[in-house]
Design a protein around this ligand. Structure first.
Ligand SMILES: Nc1ncnc2c1ncn2[C@@H]1O[C@H](COP(=O)(O)OP(=O)(O)OP(=O)(O)O)[C@@H](O)[C@H]1O
Ligand SMILES: [Mg+2]
Length: 370
């Protein structure tokens, strides 16, 4: 048979010249060329490339070390890109995703390992965009729930609350004048405290929702930390609290809205100080850490020596209105989470070694902003 048949084929790619397996490899390359995926055979003992099809040569054949199985895998799985999901890898330079499959094959007495690399870039892209859509929705729904909550509360409760506080104040004056029964006075005072508490909830949520359009730019974390510590200095002194700052030297800037991040840090440090109210003064230690984490994000950690949290407590932490404090509103952490997620960061909690809690968050650096 001549090569001028009805089926036109691209010329088969050859194994590198000088390879001892060249003849066998040529035949195999012809066969592999019929496979619609990138495909190559390696010698199982030496790891050398024996045959490849044209698709393999164009997709993966330009990678460093492609002619040696181990070198090729090191390039694909190498920690330079970190882009590997199980047997799904991302090729450097082209950036395309491949699913790798290996099969043993014995051809002409030679033990081979056959690699097929199926291009799955489209599927991965669809998955990623689907996931980020879902994350966006989740975030929006949280923002909406805080927003709606605020709007409804403010609308429905503000007027009647103000009226209640006024009536109670008037009644307390009258009871005081007439030397009225002490129990009624106590009840009225308790009612006023409740009404004021509800008013404070509204004011705080409203302040958050009404806040101006966020403006994100490059910000110095140490300045943010200083501002927050200055605001809480009196409180810390009153509690004879030791404050330890551990910001990594040369920390990159964060890409964030400064006021919003200050609000988050303020809430976390306040919680930490409040958690240490009941423990002996000598043990009260607050530590604020700042560092670059393994994902290249800036991670801020607020560590206390308070009682920590049980599993049941930590499950509810971020729910609006969850509080264990007599004077708490229970919205600090819910607001923190909305703000940090707006910044594409993560708010997290973990137990602190040696007792206490760590509340932390991550923020992107200016070069990694989305
Ligand atoms: N550092 C901490 N250590 C132990 N428990 C904590 C800590 N931070 C938060 N918690 C728990 O989580 C609850 C919710 O915290 P969150 O900041 O949302 O509300 P809050 O502090 O009670 O009130 P506020 O809205 O005034 O901040 C707290 O009541 C407390 O039980
Ligand atoms: Mg709080």
């Amino acid at each position: 048979m001549t090569s001028s048949g009805p089926v036109r084929r691209r010329p088969a790619a050859r194994a590198p010249s000088g390879s001892p397996d060249r003849a066998a490899g040529d035949a195999l390359s012809d066969i592999l060329d019929a496979v619609p995926f990138a495909c190559a055979a390696f010698d199982r003992r030496s790891g050398a490339l024996v045959a490849q099809n044209a698709r393999f040569r164009s997709d993966l054949g330009t990678l460093p070390g492609h002619a040696q199985r181990d070198a090729l895998l090191a390039t694909l799985y190498g920690d330079l890109t970190g882009d590997a999901r199980g047997d799904e890898v991302r090729a450097p330079v082209s950036g395309r995703w491949y699913a790798l499959h290996w099969r043993d094959l014995d051809s002409g007495g030679q033990a081979l390992a056959l690699l097929t690399a199926v291009d799955i870039s489209e599927r991965i892209e669809t998955l990623d965009s689907h996931r980020s859509q879902q994350e966006k929705l989740l975030f929006t729904s949280r923002m909406m729930s805080v927003g709606e909550m605020a709007a409804t509360l403010a609308h429905e409760l503000n007027q009647p609350l103000a009226a209640i506080v006024n009536y109670l104040n008037g009644s307390l004056r009258l009871v005081g004048q007439a030397g009225g029964p002490v129990q009624v006075e106590r009840a009225l005072q308790a009612a006023r405290t409740q009404a004021e508490h509800a008013a404070a909830v509204i004011a705080r949520v409203r302040e958050f929702v009404r806040a101006r359009e966020p403006r994100r730019d490059a910000q110095d974390l140490p300045l943010i930390v200083d501002t927050v510590l200055e605001l809480l200095r009196l409180e810390a002194e009153r509690q004879q609290l030791r404050v330890e700052l551990a910001l990594a030297p040369g920390l990159p800037q964060v890409y964030a809205d400064r006021v919003m991040v200050e609000q988050v840090l303020l809430n976390l440090v306040k919680n930490a100080i409040e958690a240490m109210r009941e423990i002996p003064a000598a043990q009260r230690g607050l530590r604020i850490e700042g560092r670059v984490n393994l994902d290249g994000e800036i991670e801020v950690r607020v560590c206390d020596r308070g009682p920590g949290l049980s599993e049941a407590e930590s499950a509810q932490l971020f729910s609006p209105f969850y509080t264990t404090k007599s004077d708490g509103l229970g919205i600090g952490l819910a607001i923190c989470r909305s703000i940090i997620e707006y910044h594409e960061g993560r708010l997290f909690f973990e137990a602190r070694d040696g007792g206490g809690s760590v509340f932390g968050f991550t923020l992107p650096t200016p070069d990694r902003r989305i």
